[in-house]
Design a binder for this molecule. Structure first.
Ligand code: NAD
Ligand code: DAU
Length: 386
């Protein structure tokens, strides 16, 4: 493995940041992973500080994701501020008002297909927004080293693998979609702030997450909901693209480990070590549904698709995603060895929890399917009809 462009040679000892009592600014906390992270912090750690959820509430952000947390902690240790990460003045205000000592930066445009239809928002939020947030952090913190900027990134920055090999922290960047290119750019800017200004940063590059509160434009929730409703299950191309799946709570725990234990300047890959072809994932969802919600007891699906005898009869191969990355596979030995993190959920348990969550949270599902959502589904799948 050659020495990479994105390795950080110098790392600093953990500063005096104490995440359990920090005032943490979580950006994008109303989205899928951000909301799971906030719930994880309040419910599964010894966190005693203040948490400010700063989110623009785009189509992907939803305060319903956190209504339980707001009820228990709102106005005491949990605060929501509606704002754009490109709004420097508003960020400055929030940093000062809440004495922010750590940033966990999730906010992004995150859907690859949308980045193909309209890359502009991806550059604006993921690149310009990250830059603005870094600037606000640097201006507010000055030379303080007892603070932290943690940047959430993706394995997609490393490009696409063939049948073998893994992404390491040292793998050179090779992004191929507007989404992954914008995330790669943001990673580079974050590292530049470490090297140039000494801003205490850490970065994690994670594989595909799945779990509760996942917006149903992404593969797993889309397939679950379409199957329940007897709609076609769209599989791009030959269905043999491989993703490495990680249950979202395991990702949240990895971020908490990094905040608590990592040296600044370090990057950690986080992955599920669970490679699956898309078609396998879709079939596994169908099998779990047959068990938890058998087709014979699902009149809505039978009415919508009277010809089918099993959920898997709904599988429909559709036109591929342009530039579709073939395989992602993360090597996450570093975070395991250095920080003692490991996944707690295997795919079977994680997927079962997830399917069951969607079966039991119909109100949430109705709430997130706005007019904008329906418009997107029509746009994306209309052009894929064969
Ligand atoms: P998401 O799309 O569900 O949520 C994104 C959130 O960011 C939303 O709440 C949205 O309202 C908010 N947001 C968007 N633009 C904003 C702006 N300009 N200002 C403030 N808030 C804004 O995304 P997710 O799946 O939860 O992903 C979170 C982060 O994790 C992203 O940075 C993504 O690149 C990264 N990531 C995601 C995965 C995955 O599988 N979902 C895997 C690895 C890394
Ligand atoms: O790898 C991490 C990335 O995982 C994150 O950085 C992204 O934010 C996140 O969206 C996810 O990107 P993917 O493109 O891998 O996720 P998505 O759920 O869109 O697609 C997963 C795979 O399933 C991919 O190979 C495309 C395929 N697919 C997707 C959809 C929506 C289908 O076959 N049919 C579909 O309808």
């Amino acid at each position: 493995m050659s020495k990479s462009r994105n390795t950080i040679p110098v790392s600093q000892k953990p500063g005096a940041l104490s995440p359990s009592s920090a005032n943490i600014l979580v950006t994008g906390g109303a989205g899928f992973i951000g909301s799971n992270f906030i719930r994880y912090l309040f419910e599964k750690t010894d966190f005693q500080g203040t948490l400010v959820n700063y989110d623009k509430l785009t189509y992907a952000g939803n305060l319903l994701n956190l209504s339980d947390i707001d009820e228990k902690f709102g106005g005491k240790s949990y605060f929501f501020v509606r704002g754009d990460i490109r709004d420097y003045e508003k960020l400055k205000d929030v940093f000062a008002r809440y004495h922010i000592s750590a940033v966990v930066h999730f906010a992004a445009e995150s859907h690859v297909d949308r980045s193909i239809f309209g890359p502009k928002d991806f550059i604006e939020t993921n690149v310009n927004g990250t830059f603005t947030l870094l600037e606000a952090s640097r201006q507010f913190w000055g030379n303080r080293r007892d603070v932290r900027f943690h940047h959430i990134s993706t394995d997609e920055v490393y490009g696409s693998l063939g049948d073998t090999g893994y992404f390491y922290e040292t793998t050179p960047y090779d992004p191929r979609s507007p989404y992954s290119a914008s995330k790669a750019a943001s990673d580079h800017i974050v590292r530049a702030y470490f090297h140039t200004y000494g801003l205490p940063v850490t970065i994690s590059n994670c594989s595909n997450n799945y779990g509760p509160y996942h917006f149903p434009e992404k593969l797993i929730p889309l397939i679950i909901l379409n199957a329940i409703e007897g709609k076609p299950l769209p599989v791009y191309g030959d269905g043999k693209n491989v993703r490495d799946w990680l249950y979202v709570e395991d990702h949240c725990e990895a971020v908490w480990f990094i905040l608590n234990k990592a040296r600044t300047g370090e990057t950690f890959n986080v992955g599920g070590e669970c490679e699956k072809q898309n078609i396998e994932v879709v079939r596994e969802i169908c099998d779990i549904l047959e068990e938890l919600h058998p087709l014979k007891d699902n009149p809505a699906a039978r009415k919508q698709a009277p010809h089918i005898t099993r959920y898997s009869d709904l599988i429909t191969f559709v036109t591929d995603r342009p530039g579709h990355d073939r395989r992602y596979a993360i090597n996450c030995d570093k975070i395991k060895k250095e920080l003692g993190w490991k996944q707690k959920y295997d795919f079977e348990n994680g997927l079962r929890n997830t399917v069951s969550w969607y079966l039991h949270n119909k109100k949430w599902v109705e709430g997130v399917r706005s007019g904008e959502y329906i418009k997107w589904i029509e746009t994306n799948y209309h052009i894929r009809e064969k």
